[in-house]
Design a protein around this ligand. Structure first.
Ligand code: DGY
Length: 319
């Protein structure tokens, strides 16, 4: 009997492909660049499963073409690239990759917080550019991390993991979330706060919410105006949660001190984007979960979800 076709939209860890192969005919888009849309639409026509990245839109147009599709296994914890209701209407499973990327993403959030607060990237550029002529008390002076107040917007798994790191840095932690997180409060001393209180009182604000209709443009002119002039804003969620022109204005007018951004409204970020003209931002190319081990674990989890569905079982991490 012919094996079902699985489309893998990017080159992923070999272990993930090895998991799929006994159960499927695996078609891999062997590139580090996204599969062109037209090619994707053609390839999904006879696919029963797709192992997708956050760069692929799984929408009405695609689903109309993908008549045999049984599962879209996204290799990410976020799934704003997938029209979930449209998949549900067609009885197509949608899965994501929670847990396996929690610690790596929290590491990146904290690294970005420290790099921005202590001006590490700017300082590295300064040395390389031959600008280092002498020591001075104000040279590359940043903001304290140890003992500062951290505000976490979105206290999910990654938020809790960031809070655990912050505890080790003697930080006071405030968080804002739809529901209270008693265990995290007990473990890290985190205190629940309204968004306004959190923004007014925090020295560092880390945004970690998923992108939904509720969180789209959550951070705008008013929200930045509540922040301290010495505060640092970090975004490791999705670019769509932030009004980038309001952020630009807040940084230019020094309403806030600096920003560390791993995600942007448009990715890749255009070279002429106004944010890149500012010295007080650190910009990263969406690398929250980018460690070799974590990316392999994400791919393996996505593959395991596909195998489960092809074998008639419930996937491990359904949405
Ligand atoms: C995710 O998983 O949603 C990240 O943004 C990509 O690793």
């Amino acid at each position: 009997m012919k094996k079902p076709k699985v489309l893998v939209t990017r080159q992923v860890a070999n272990e993930a492909i090895a998991l799929l192969e006994p159960a499927a005919e695996v078609k891999v888009w062997e590139s580090d660049e996204p599969i062109p849309r037209e090619r994707l639409l053609a390839e999904v026509e006879d696919a029963e499963a797709v192992l997708s990245m956050l760069t692929e839109r799984i929408d009405e147009e695609l689903l109309t073409r993908a008549k045999k599709l049984r599962i879209a296994a996204n290799m990410a914890v976020g799934y704003d690239n997938i029209d979930l209701p449209a998949c549900k209407r067609r009885d197509i499973w949608v899965t994501n990759t929670p847990d396996v990327l929690t610690e790596a993403t929290a590491d990146l959030a904290f690294a970005l917080l420290m790099a921005t607060g202590r001006r590490l990237i700017e300082a590295d550029r300064y040395v390389r550019n031959g600008e280092w002529s002498s020591w001075s008390p104000s040279l590359m002076a940043g903001q304290n991390v140890y003992g500062a107040t951290l505000g976490i917007i979105g206290m999910g798994r990654i938020g809790e993991a960031v809070a655990r790191r912050a505890k080790g840095f003697g930080m006071r932690i405030k968080y804002c979330n739809r529901n209270r997180k008693e265990q995290a409060e007990a473990e890290t001393g985190a205190e629940w706060a309204s968004l306004e209180t959190l923004l007014r009182e925090s020295d560092y604000v880390v945004l970690l919410t998923p992108l939904t209709e509720e969180t789209r443009l959550l951070m705008g002119e008013q929200q930045f105006s509540w922040m301290k002039p010495t505060s640092v804003f970090i975004n490791v969620s999705r670019g769509g949660t932030v009004d980038e022109s309001a952020l630009y204005q807040a940084l230019v007018s020094r309403k806030i001190w600096a920003a560390g951004l791993d995600v942007f409204q448009q990715e890749p970020l255009p070279q002429d984007h106004p944010l890149l003209s500012l010295p007080n931002i650190v910009a990263l190319p969406h690398i929250g979960s980018a460690t070799e081990q974590t990316r392999a674990d994400m791919a393996k989890l996505a593959a395991a979800n596909i195998v489960a569905v092809l074998e008639g079982r419930k996937p491990l991490t359904p949405l």
